[in-house]
Write a protein that binds this ligand. Structure first.
Ligand code: GLU
Length: 467
């Protein structure tokens, strides 16, 4: 019986969770679920100087946020690399005993010095046949065989490496600890991994790792190296330069579904007319073979557009509940529900809702803090005061509905030969304190006649004073 496929995601808990890592995790997740296999989460926590437990929790939380849930039957783990330390050492020992690895006492300086004399670069295999044993300071090196190593990569096809370009690489450091290359392979073997899907930057490690799989008596896994993510300048996304932390996007009001959908489109195009596709469909359609080779541009504008799309297509009740969760507790929820559909229409992210609608919740007699620029612009035209007088007059008795309020203002503005956008400005600034916000007439309808008139009159007075 052949075992069902086993994928793994193997992050190092050394920082916040990178969007590129999230995409790799999603690729593994989609494949494991579609093929009825397993997604193994392995935390590579052997870099003690850089690991922190909170980063591990951050990874688990971030995965859960993008739908990779530890409760799913396809999920296994988390396993921790540090728990397999004995297996790493045992594998190294075995390679040494088999003659596939040897100890070497050469320091970096000695290696460089000889390379200089020989006119070569790197380590020259000096200790291959010196018969050294383990001793403090001695590293264990893999004896790279002659020939060619061919990687069968699901994304890239066959990639050949001439073994003569690969030096006898280190497996155990001088202090006896295993290096990443070895630990990573031994863990994959121990966890019976069948598919290694990871970022392109690991491709140069792969011939070495494939040699280790073979030397340890196992058939190498299926490899897949997905292209890097780049920024607008086509530079690889980096922590220092770019906004890469998944958590930050979550905190800025990006929806998990939008994020997941967008990440999946980086280097891969879902079939069909639209790129906006629910997870189930992507999971069914995603093939590593269809991932492109070129670097994928992580486009914040496009992500934001996806997010707006997802926000708009949420059921109103769901949107209202989600948005209301961020509002101060004493804001009237019914009043918010009334404005919610108008907010939903034009919201790029879920953050900043409160600032957009706060004017509906100011208490009676609240002293509005006007945005001075908006004020100056709205009240600069010489007709502004007179228009406001007309509005106050008409709004005292007009039917209190968005349509009627709009019609009344349209009626007034014809007298001043101005367009609606201009005519709205002093009204909006008077009532909300600023020049941008949700649709005006719907806002006024919700605010009510009394409070609208109170604010219009207060602004009228203020404008007259500053006139
Ligand atoms: N811990 C490695 C990383 O985060 C894992 C590489 C791999 O997937 O093999 O880059």
């Amino acid at each position: 019986m052949t075992e069902s496929p086993r994928f793994r995601f193997a992050p190092s808990p050394t920082g916040s969770f990178h969007v590129g890592g999230a995409r790799t995790a999603l690729h593994n997740w989609a494949m494991a679920r579609r093929l009825g296999g397993t997604f193994v989460l392995r935390i590579e926590d052997t870099d003690e100087a850089r690991n922190r437990p909170e980063w591990t929790q951050g990874i688990i939380d971030a995965l859960a946020w993008i739908g990779i849930s530890a409760d799913d039957p396809h999920f296994e783990g988390p396993h921790f690399q540090s728990e397999f330390a004995d297996a790493h050492i045992a594998a190294a020992q075995r390679l040494f005993e088999q003659g596939d690895a040897y100890y070497c006492d050469q320091t970096g300086d000695q290696i460089q010095e000889r390379a200089k004399q020989l006119g070569t670069s790197g380590y020259d295999g000096y200790s291959r046949d010196r018969g050294l044993g383990p001793a403090p300071g001695n590293v264990l090196r893999f004896r790279v065989p002659a020939g060619t190593t061919v990687i069968h990569d699901l994304v890239r096809g066959d990639v050949s490496f001439d073994n003569s370009t690969i030096e006898d690489f280190v497996l155990l450091r001088g202090n006896g600890t295993p290096v990443f290359l070895l630990a990573n392979v031994v863990d994959d073997i121990e966890m019976r991994i069948t598919h290694v899907v990871r970022a392109e930057e690991h491709l140069p490690n792969t011939p070495k790792q494939q040699m280790l799989w073979t030397a340890l008596g196992h058939t190498p896994p299926n490899w897949a190296h997905v292209p890097v993510l780049v920024n607008e300048q086509r530079k690889k996304l980096s922590k220092r330069r770019d906004k890469v932390a998944l958590e930050q996007y979550r905190d800025e009001g990006f929806l998990a579904d939008a994020m997941v959908n967008y990440l999946m489109t980086l280097g891969w195009t879902p079939p069909g007319a639209s790129e906006i596709v629910p997870w189930d469909e992507m999971e069914t359609a995603f093939r590593l073979e269809d991932v492109t080779l070129s670097p994928a541009f992580f486009d914040l504008k496009k992500l934001t557009a996806f997010n707006g799309d997802y926000i708009r297509s949420m059921p109103l009740a769901e949107f209202t509940e989600l948005a209301a969760a961020e509002l101060p507790a004493d804001w009237d929820r019914e009043r918010f529900a009334a404005i919610a559909p108008f907010i939903q229409e034009r919201l790029p992210t879920m953050s900043g809702v409160a600032e957009k609608v706060d004017f509906l919740f100011w208490p009676d007699g609240f002293d509005i803090e006007f945005d001075e620029k908006s004020w100056d612009k709205a009240f600069k035209p010489e007709w502004a005061l007179s228009l406001l007088d007309d509005v106050i007059g008409t709004y005292g008795s007009v039917e209190w509905s968005a349509d009627a309020l709009k019609a009344a203002l349209e009626d007034i503005m014809t007298r001043y030969e101005i367009k609606l956008g201009k005519a709205q400005a002093p009204v909006r600034v008077a009532v909300t304190g600023r020049s941008v916000g949700p649709p005006l007439f719907e806002s006024l309808e919700i605010l009510g006649r009394e409070e609208t008139l109170r604010r219009l009159s207060a602004a009228r007075e203020r404008a007259a004073l500053t006139d």
